[in-house]
Design a protein around this ligand. Structure first.
Ligand code: HEC
Length: 115
């Protein structure tokens, strides 16, 4: 009788240990991931702008997200794009307070690589 009880305790322990590890990993990973422009873009921007920056995702189409290959956006200075991300523009949400200035700069630098 004692053996099955012990086994189930050890399974419970392993599950609990695995759950704590997963939780720890999921808390730590985004903090690291947020630092690269590519990761910020994928996490915060790609749902509207698309992985390719063309704005052809369902949300992007519905909100009329700009294609980053649009000549007007290619020509626009970084400061203008950074201001649009900070303050929002029409249906584009404002990111002041949600991302740091450095994170916004890296996301815009990543957008340049998509053009
Ligand atoms: C909820 C959908 C959505 C999300 C999320 C989103 N955008 Fe946008 N974005 C838009 C839309 C819509 C526009 C077009 C705005 C307009 O010109 O009417 C836009 C436009 C832009 C522009 C062009 C601004 C200009 O000067 O024309 C840039 C740059 C941009 N977004 C960057 C980003 C970045 C960086 C992120 C992530 C931090 C992001 N967007 C997240 C919807 C979104």
């Amino acid at each position: 009788m004692a053996i099955p009880v012990q086994r189930s305790n050890s399974v419970k322990f392993k599950l609990r240990y695995a759950a704590i590890c997963c939780l720890a990993a999921s808390i730590v990973t985004p903090a690291f991931a947020q630092n690269s422009g590519a990761d910020i873009y994928k996490a915060k921007c790609a749902m509207c702008h698309g992985a390719d920056g063309l704005g052809t995702t369902p949300a992007g189409k519905a909100l009329k997200a700009a294609s980053f290959k649009d000549p007007a956006i290619v020509k626009a200075p970084d400061a203008e794009l950074i201001a649009a991300v900070k303050n929002g523009k029409n249906k584009m949400p404002a990111y002041t307070g949600k991302l740091t200035d450095d994170q916004i700069k890296s996301a815009v630098a990543y957008i340049r690589t998509l053009q």
